[in-house]
Design a protein around this ligand. Structure first.
Ligand code: GRF
Length: 195
């Protein structure tokens, strides 16, 4: 059974989509840990509803980033995590975590990178008047939404689209495709079995 962790800071709709797909398709894998840097986040309730263990912490209560990343690593080891899936984790991954899990951390970003990195990517794309928006799944390095691209999906923006409808299209793309990319990276076949 492959074990992976999801890191999230807020709502957690991607977390929910990933766990739901994994269960529906009976993957030979599990989310063994949710890591969350916001004690008020809705994603914590979602994890509890699925009985998934979570490590929720307050960055402020640690001396610095290496200190809280060491605490995260301890939890990741305890839960035998092989892959880290960032899904709305609003924090740059630091050296400590990168050294321990380099090449095993992926992120989803709501734009066609390298366009519109950073926060409010959908708003930036909307205000730029793009005709095609989309999502990117990529490996994480020390930069902000940099790192080798694994997969991208695009959606056309129509005349009648508003910021809200574009956000909705983007979320639909994320919920559909992120689980598929994770499944492939875990080395599971289309039936969710280990190959
Ligand atoms: C997603 O749009 C993701 O691309 C970005 O943060 C958002 C998280 O949404 N990195 P949710 O918390 O999964 O609903």
């Amino acid at each position: 059974m492959k074990k992976f962790a999801v890191f999230a800071s807020g709502n957690g709709s991607n977390f929910e989509a990933i766990v739901t797909r994994l269960k529906e398709e009976n993957w030979d894998a599990e989310v063994s840990l949710l890591v969350c840097d916001n004690l008020e986040a809705k994603v914590l309730e979602r994890a509890e509803a699925f009985s998934i263990p979570s490590f929720a912490f307050q960055p402020k209560s640690y001396e610095n980033k290496p200190a809280f990343e060491r605490a995260i690593i301890e939890q990741l080891r305890l839960h035998e995590v092989e892959l880290i899936v960032l899904a709305g984790y609003m924090r740059l991954i630091g050296d400590t975590l990168l050294k321990a899990y380099g090449g095993k951390i992926i992120n989803i970003h709501p734009s066609l990178l390298p366009a519109f990195p950073g926060i409010d990517a959908v708003g930036k794309a909307y205000r730029a008047g793009v005709k095609v928006a989309g999502i990117t799944v990529h490996y994480v390095d020390e930069g902000m939404d940099t790192g080798p691209i694994i997969a991208q999906k695009a959606v056309e923006i129509g005349e009648g689209d508003t910021l809200e409808t574009i956000e909705q299209h983007i979320h639909e793309l994320e919920h559909k495709h992120y689980p598929s990319v994770i499944k492939e990276l875990l080395g599971l076949n289309s039936r969710g079995e280990k190959q």
